[in-house]
Write a new protein. Structure first.
Length: 456
C-alpha cells in the first residue's frame, strides 16, 4: 500500500513536470497565489475575457498539490454553509438564485472540459446519500423536508428497497438523491485546467513561495511581484501566511482507494451510474466508484494539527486508514477482502461559520476565495467567474450572490482551537457510536458540538 505521496490521483497519472520558478522582481496585471482549482479557474476566466491582461499564477509546490489534487472527486452543487445560513441577511429569492448558480456551475465545469478537451473521467450520476441508523434516517428525512421549501434542489427521497436497487449499501434505511453532481478524477481536471490556462497565455510558476501579501505587492523568496490585483487562492494553506493564522482552520481529511474490483462485485453493489456517495453520520464519509473500478472512500482522520500545521505529502496515520477500512467494510461487506492500494490525506479550509466566501477589496486590490469545507470542486469554478467579474468591475448577478464579500470572525487562538477541535470531533465520533448502537434520534453530544463549532 502506498501511503502519502500526495494522492492516488497524482500517482495514477504522474506528478507533473516542474514548471519554472519565479525569482527577481516583476510586474503583472493580476497575480494569483495558488495553482489549485480556485487560482486556475480565476486565471482561466480572466484570460478568456481577452483583455490582454498579464496574469501570473504562483504555486509553492506544483499545480494541484493541495486539496484540488487530493479530494474525493465530487463535482456537486452544495452551498457550503447551507441555504438557511443566509436567511438573516438575504432574501429567499437571492438564496434560490445562489442555488441555481451552483447547479449551473456543475454544468459549466462539464462544458469547459468538453471545450478544452480535458478528459477528467467525468460521469454525471448525481449525489446519493444514505442513512444507515434510525438517527441518520431522522436527519435525512428532515433534510428532505427542508429541501422541499427551496427551488432548484431536485432532491428525491428513496425508501430502503429503492435506494439499495440504486447502490446496495448494507443497512440502508433511506436515501436522498439529486441530479446536480458528477464523479471526476481531480488530478486529471486540475492538470487539464492548468494546460488550458497556459494555452491562453497565463504563466504558472511553481516552487515559488509567497512570504507576505501587501496591497498591490507580493514578497517572495528571492523577489517581489507588483500587481494591480492580487488573488489569495490558498484554501487549506491560508494559515501559513502572515496575518492569516486564525482566518481559516486547516481541517484534515483522509482517503483510501481499493484495488480495482471485479465485475461480479459491482453487479452485487448496483453502483454503475457515476453517483457520488455520502452518508448522514456526524463524522461523515464520501466516496466514488472510479473510472478504473476502485472504491475511493474518505472521511475525517486526525481533524486538526496544533498551530494550524499542515502535512507535507499526505502521509496518513494507520489508525485513520483502519477507520476508513471499517467504514468501507460496514457499507460494502462484499469488498471486505479487497486490498487497499493507497492512502493519503490533505487539508481543506474551514471558516468559523463554515461558510465559503469570495470577494475583492478595491482599495488594496486584494481578492480572495475559499473556505469551502470540502465542497470546493464545483464552488471553485463559481469563485473564478465571480472574481473575474469583481476584478473587471462588472455588476453581474454572480457579483451579487449572498456569499460575495461575506465576512466572519476569526478562530480562537491556540491552545483553545486545538483543544476544542479535538474534543468536539471526539464528541461527534461518540455520537455516531451511540447511534449505531440503536439511538433513534441525533445524539445530544453532536447537537452541542454543532452549536459550539458553528457548524450548520
Amino acid at each position: 500500500m502506498l501511503n502519502g505521496q500526495v494522492s492516488h490521483w497524482w500517482q495514477q497519472i504522474g506528478i507533473p513536470e516542474p514548471r519554472p520558478k519565479l525569482r527577481g522582481h516583476s510586474t503583472v496585471d493580476v497575480a494569483i497565489i495558488g495553482a489549485g482549482f480556485t487560482g486556475l479557474w480565476t486565471a482561466y476566466y480572466l484570460a478568456k475575457a481577452n483583455l490582454g491582461l498579464s496574469i501570473a499564477v504562483l504555486e509553492a509546490r506544483h499545480v494541484g498539490y493541495g486539496a484540488s489534487g487530493r479530494n474525493g472527486g465530487w463535482l456537486t452543487n452544495t452551498i457550503t454553509a447551507g441555504r438557511e445560513h443566509y436567511l438573516k441577511t438575504h432574501s429567499v429569492q437571492a438564496i434560490n438564485d445562489f442555488q441555481l448558480a451552483m447547479n449551473q456551475t456543475v454544468d459549466e465545469v462539464i462544458n469547459v472540459c468538453d471545450v478544452e478537451n480535458i478528459n477528467a473521467d467525468i460521469l454525471r450520476g448525481g449525489e446519493f446519500e444514505v442513512a444507515c441508523t434510525p438517527a441518520q434516517e431522522q436527519r435525512l428525512r428532515a433534510h428532505a423536508a427542508a429541501n422541499s421549501a427551496w427551488e432548484h434542489t431536485g432532491t428525491k427521497l428513496l425508501d430502503a428497497d429503492e435506494a439499495r436497487s440504486q447502490i446496495n449499501v448494507a443497512g440502508t434505511r433511506a436515501a436522498l438523491w439529486h441530479p446536480h453532481a458528477a464523479r471526476i478524477h481531480p488530478a486529471k481536471l486540475v492538470r487539464g485546467l492548468a494546460e488550458a490556462v497556459e494555452r491562453l497565455g497565463v504563466e504558472i510558476f511553481e516552487d515559488t513561495t509567497v512570504k507576505t501579501i501587501r496591497p498591490r505587492q507580493l514578497e517572495l523568496d528571492g523577489g517581489t511581484v507588483n500587481a494591480q490585483y492580487i488573488v489569495r487562492a490558498t484554501e487549506g494553506f491560508t494559515a501559513q501566511l502572515p496575518g492569516h493564522k486564525r482566518l481559516w482552520l486547516p481541517m484534515n481529511s483522509s482517503m483510501i482507494a481499493t484495488e480495482p474490483l471485479p465485475d461480479r462485485l459491482w453487479d452485487e453493489l448496483n453502483w454503475s451510474q457515476g453517483e457520488v456517495l455520502g452518508d448522514y453520520a456526524h463524522v461523515y464519509m464520501y466516496a466514488q466508484r472510479t473510472a478504473d473500478n476502485r472504491i475511493a472512500i474518505g472521511g475525517r482522520g486526525v481533524p486538526y494539527k496544533y498551530g494550524s500545521r499542515t502535512d507535507a505529502d499526505g502521509q496518513t496515520p494507520q489508525r485513520t486508514i483502519s477507520g476508513l477500512q471499517e467504514v468501507l467494510h460496514r457499507m460494502f461487506p462484499q469488498a471486505r477482502h479487497a486490498k487497499i492500494d493507497h492512502a493519503w490525506s490533505g487539508v481543506l479550509g474551514v471558516p468559523r461559520d463554515w461558510a465559503a466566501t469570495v470577494g475583492l477589496d478595491p482599495l488594496t486590490g486584494i481578492g480572495w476565495a475559499g473556505g469551502y469545507v470540502g465542497t470546493g470542486v464545483a464552488t471553485t469554478n463559481l469563485s473564478g467567474r465571480t472574481l473575474r467579474d469583481l476584478i473587471l468591475g462588472q455588476e453581474t448577478e454572480l457579483a451579487r450572490l449572498p456569499w460575495v464579500n461575506h465576512e466572519v470572525r476569526k478562530w480562537e487562538p491556540e491552545p483553545l482551537r486545538w483543544l476544542a477541535t479535538k474534543g468536539l470531533y471526539a464528541a461527534y465520533g461518540q455520537a455516531d457510536r451511540n447511534e449505531f448502537k440503536g439511538r433513534e434520534s441525533s445524539s445530544p453530544l453532536a447537537l452541542i458540538a454543532d452549536r459550539i463549532t458553528g457548524k450548520p
